[in-house]
Design a protein around this ligand. Structure first.
Ligand SMILES: Cc1cc2nc3c(=O)[nH]c(=O)nc-3n(C[C@H](O)[C@H](O)[C@H](O)COP(=O)(O)OP(=O)(O)OC[C@H]3O[C@@H](n4cnc5c(N)ncnc54)[C@H](O)[C@@H]3O)c2cc1C
Length: 127
């Protein structure tokens, strides 16, 4: 089974590790639009407070640690379209348009608030 996960931050990485726990033979692929993964958003604050000595320590997981669990990561890969009928995603990878097929798709692209007055807490689907 091929599991494609869009977004490699807390939710995406947690999903990948959980799938690996349950499916030892699954082909798991994380697609992340940023060139790095696992950065702690509060990292700069930790650095300023001297709780870490280097910004390099502001990562909760590395690509190498994921790859040791046989979880592949495509960084700088921005998903642009999802074709649910065909079960494919189109993404931009180093300015090249690519397509990838999946059996299961997990969207972990974070959230943004709809209103300045109200904050919605769903972190799994970007509105
Ligand atoms: C400055 C700051 C400090 C914070 N401090 C704390 C704290 O101290 N404690 C705490 O509990 N929470 C904190 N938070 C909140 C916490 O960071 C979020 O709750 C958490 O990051 C949500 O995780 P997520 O994986 O759902 O989404 P996100 O972390 O938003 O990750 C979504 C990922 O999806 C990727 N992505 C989005 N669209 C695409 C696409 N089209 N294709 C490919 N990839 C895509 C993004 O690049 C991103 O890496 C802080 C947030 C910020 C901004």
């Amino acid at each position: 089974m091929k599991v494609v996960i869009i977004g490699a931050s807390f939710a995406g990485v947690a999903a990948a590790l959980e799938v690996r726990k349950k499916q030892s033979d699954a082909d798991i692929l994380l697609l992340e639009k940023q060139p790095t993964l696992g950065y702690i958003p509060n990292g700069l604050h930790l650095y300023w407070e001297n709780r870490i000595s280097d910004l390099k320590d502001a990562y909760f997981i590395t690509q190498e640690q994921l790859e040791k669990q046989n979880i592949r990561c495509y960084l700088a890969a921005a998903v642009e379209k999802i074709h649910t009928g065909q079960k494919t995603v189109d993404y931009l990878y180093h300015e090249q348009e690519m397509t990838l097929a999946y059996d299961k798709l997990i969207i972990a692209t974070g959230s943004s608030q709809l209103s300045q007055k109200m904050c919605y807490s769903s972190t799994l689907i970007k509105r």
